[in-house]
Write a protein that binds this ligand. Structure first.
Ligand code: G3H
Ligand code: 13P
Ligand code: ZN
Ligand code: NA
Length: 312
């Protein structure tokens, strides 16, 4: 069924696992994710960025997601990823989304609080849950010194104040991840102590089992990158979050793990391989089908071996 994340997150929190939140923008991606989840009996979050919303259209996305639910029988939350304003939130709620993110992380703190609260009031009145973001996900260039990290990573005391004042249902935090395929220059490093402190302070403030969201959590599979490069691609210095760190995050308060780059890489690797190996092929079903297969395998591996949301 099309559901909110409320129940999935509470079960994930208590069961010490996480729900995968995968970005969607076309039929093959939706089919691949939901078929993998369906086979494993896992709930899943399908998320749509503002630009994906523009690319595919809310009506197409909602109806394709409905078809996928009908086919697989799984629980799906349809979520707005990085919602920039109340207007976009209204648009997707109108289209039947069950969950929205309002990303005010780039605003001054008080403005982030005020704008998030406005979204929460609007969404909650319509049975829709809200994710917000506090702290800035540093790009690989910014991630240099501890002082820089301190300035951009989520402040635990501020997180408690933010959750209390806005009434958000979940919070995306900055602990060292970043979006895209180039997350770390050297060794991958996440601030798990900060994550634990955020949870401890929330608990101390009487906010129990509060779900944390990890953005920028693609692991950037070297095999997909190598396949892209083997068949004409030029992706250099790519590095993601190791699966072991994602497992650790899932065992903690992290209940939602966001992956978009991994899907893009799997899709591109498969398509490049078909083009490279079968240059006479021009049936879109051949290369989009190969892409769908590769995404399905990726999602299956993530659910079973990293997220732990299978048979939940
Ligand atoms: O967090 C960002 C997502 O990866 C979506 O990116 O705006 O290019 O669709 P996009
Ligand atoms: P990646 O770029 O690591 O896949 O992160 C995606 C994300 O956070 C979408 O909101
Ligand atoms: Zn994100
Ligand atoms: Na968890």
């Amino acid at each position: 069924a099309l559901v909110t994340t409320k129940e999935m997150f509470q079960k994930a929190y208590e069961g010490k696992y996480a729900i995968g939140a995968f970005n969607i923008n076309n039929m093959e991606i939706i089919q691949a994710i939901t078929r993998a989840a369906g086979r494993l009996g896992s709930p899943v979050i399908l998320q749509v960025s503002k630009s994906a919303l523009k690319y595919a259209g809310p009506g197409y996305l909602r109806r394709m997601v409905e078809a996928a639910i009908e086919e697989t029988g799984i629980d799906v939350a349809l979520h707005l990823d990085h919602g920039p304003d109340l207007e976009t939130v209204k648009e997707v709620i109108e289209a039947g989304f069950t969950s929205v993110m309002f990303d005010g992380s780039h605003y001054d703190y008080e403005i982030n609080v005020a704008k998030t609260k406005e979204v929460v009031d609007y969404a909650h009145a319509r049975g829709v849950v809200v994710e917000a973001e506090l702290g800035k996900l540093a790009g690989v260039e910014d991630e240099v010194k501890v002082s820089a990290a301190d300035a951009t990573y989520t402040d635990p005391d501020q997180a408690v104040d933010f959750v209390k004042r806005t009434g958000v249902d979940s919070l995306a935090v900055a602990i060292g991840t970043s979006h895209g395929a180039y997350k770390f220059k050297g060794e991958a490093k996440l601030d798990f102590d900060r994550l634990a402190t955020i949870t401890a302070k929330l608990e101390a403030a009487g906010i129990h089992n509060f779900p944390i969201v990890l953005h920028g959590a693609s692991s950037v599979d070297p095999e997909s990158v190598a396949l892209c490069n083997k068949y004409g691609g030029d992706i250099k210095g790519a590095a993601g979050v190791p699966n072991e760190m994602l497992r650790k995050a899932a065992s903690m308060a992290v209940c939602k793990i966001n992956m978009d780059t991994d899907i893009r890489l799997a899709m591109t690797a498969a398509i490049r391989e078909v083009f490279g190996e079968q240059p006479a092929e021009f049936d879109p079903r051949k290369y989009l089908g190969a892409a769908r297969d590769r995404i399905e395998k990726l999602v299956e591996d993530k659910i079973k071996n990293v997220l732990g949301s299978n048979t939940k």
